[in-house]
Design a protein around this ligand. Structure first.
Ligand code: UD1
Length: 375
């Protein structure tokens, strides 16, 4: 029997898991491709990692590098050191990385230096803002990848503009939307039982309008003045509609460090909870009247769900969510005024980008099959 094509898939942080899940499912028992999952351990908490594996039915990673949290340089270097050993032992034919987290850049660099083919899913996204660690990760990864799988035409165009040859670029759709389409029914069926930060049960009627909010970008939460302004705006917004706010560990740590937590917890219509599992978050998002965030992936999910999304960032690497979808970029001090306007927004103009249809994984597997036949 011919030797199978050995593909290592890399996942490291929360937003990677819903991109990896549909690929792992589609590659299960594949006759020509052997898929191996490597988890770098960049995210490691039950709620940031393990619950996603469980709900998205992702098989246990073959290898967990268990790198944990550290400064960017230390985290990236540790992933590289440990992933190099894996590549030397396993001798894969290709390494596929997804997204733009530190694990993406670290593993692509290791593979490229060992002359292993690198495929980047979600290639070509550009915010043009190099203050974002993710933008650096995208640039580094795309500079050394061999195969570029994009989620939108503008991303493909960015790569062409940077000199990547057209034959290496494939616009095949959005894996995060594959997971959403596959799991929405199951997510809708879960009973939302949220607990507050001290374990108390949260009493809120989810059949009435509410806002869902997430914040975790260093540019928003690591600076005391910005975070304090944000807290003021969040409290004002909660007077408009109750706000459900699952807090990322980084944000919680910063609110505590700057002494802002008490002010936030005193607001009666802000419901703080810890990071949520995928089903719970998806159900909350699908039922929200408005989403306010600084996340990358949530801009895409709200576009698919046609829910108004206010993204508190100066730029986005996902402009298609503005041109075609329900997303809008705003400044921190505009949250209240824009939220007020959004609630009254006409939603009939919201569209969904091409190939954001739940079929991205099968297109990617077809591409890999063509690729393996040629190599
Ligand atoms: C990372 C990604 C970001 C992504 C985000 C989603 C990079 C550069 N950033 O940012 O693109 O949007 O994940 O969450 O890769 N922590 C825990 N438990 C965990 C993981 C982290 O408590 O399981 C805490 C640690 O204190 C850590 C902090 O969160 O220092 C930040 O984690 P880190 O992985 O460094 O970056 P994120 O802000 O999560």
């Amino acid at each position: 029997m011919a030797k199978k094509f050995k593909l290592i898939l890399v996942a490291g942080a929360r937003p990677n898991f819903m991109k990896i899940a549909p690929l792992m499912h589609a590659l299960e028992n594949h006759p020509a491709i052997e898929a191996m999952l490597v988890h770098t351990g960049q995210h490691y908490d039950e709620k940031m990692s393990h619950s996603f594996f469980e709900q998205l039915n992702i098989p246990e990673p073959h290898i967990n590098l268990e790198v944990g949290s550290a400064s960017h340089a230390v985290q990236t270097a540790t992933i590289m050191e440990r992933f190099e050993v894996v590549c030397m032992n396993e001798q894969p034919d290709m390494v596929m990385v997804v997204g733009d987290v530190n694990s993406t850049a670290a593993c692509s660099l290791v593979a490229a230096k060992l002359h292993i083919q690198v495929a980047h899913y979600e290639a070509g996204l550009r915010s043009r803002d190099r203050d974002m660690p993710e933008e650096i990760n995208r640039l580094v990864t795309d500079a050394i990848s061999d195969l570029f799988i994009t989620t939108s035409k503008d991303a493909s165009q960015n790569l062409l503009d940077e000199g990547v040859s057209e034959a290496k670029i494939h616009m095949l759709g959005n894996l995060m939307i594959d997971s959403l389409v596959e799991q929405l029914e199951k997510a809708q069926a879960v009973e939302l039982k949220l607990t507050g930060l001290s374990g108390e049960s949260i009493q809120i009627d989810f059949n009435k309008p509410y806002t869902l909010m997430t914040f975790h970008r260093p540019s928003n939460v690591d600076d005391e003045k910005t975070l304090s302004l944000l807290v003021d705006e969040w409290i004002k917004v909660s007077e408009l509609l109750p706000v459900v706010f699952p807090i990322h560990p980084r944000t919680q740590a910063m609110l505590e460090k700057f002494g802002l937590m008490e002010r936030l917890q005193a607001a009666p219509d802000i419901y703080l909870t810890g990071p949520l599992a995928y089903f719970e978050f998806l159900k909350l998002m699908a039922g929200a009247s408005l989403v306010i965030t600084d996340s990358g992936g949530i801009q895409e999910e709200t576009t698919y769900l046609k829910i108004p999304c206010l993204t508190v960032r100066p730029t986005t690497e996902r402009p298609v969510t503005i041109w075609e979808g329900s997303n809008q970029l705003i400044k921190a001090n505009e949250i209240y005024t824009q939220a007020e306007a959004s609630v009254r927004l006409d939603r009939s103009g919201f569209g969904v980008p091409q190939y954001w249809d739940g079929q991205a994984a099968s297109r990617i597997i077809k591409l890999l099959e063509q690729f393996t036949a040629l190599n």
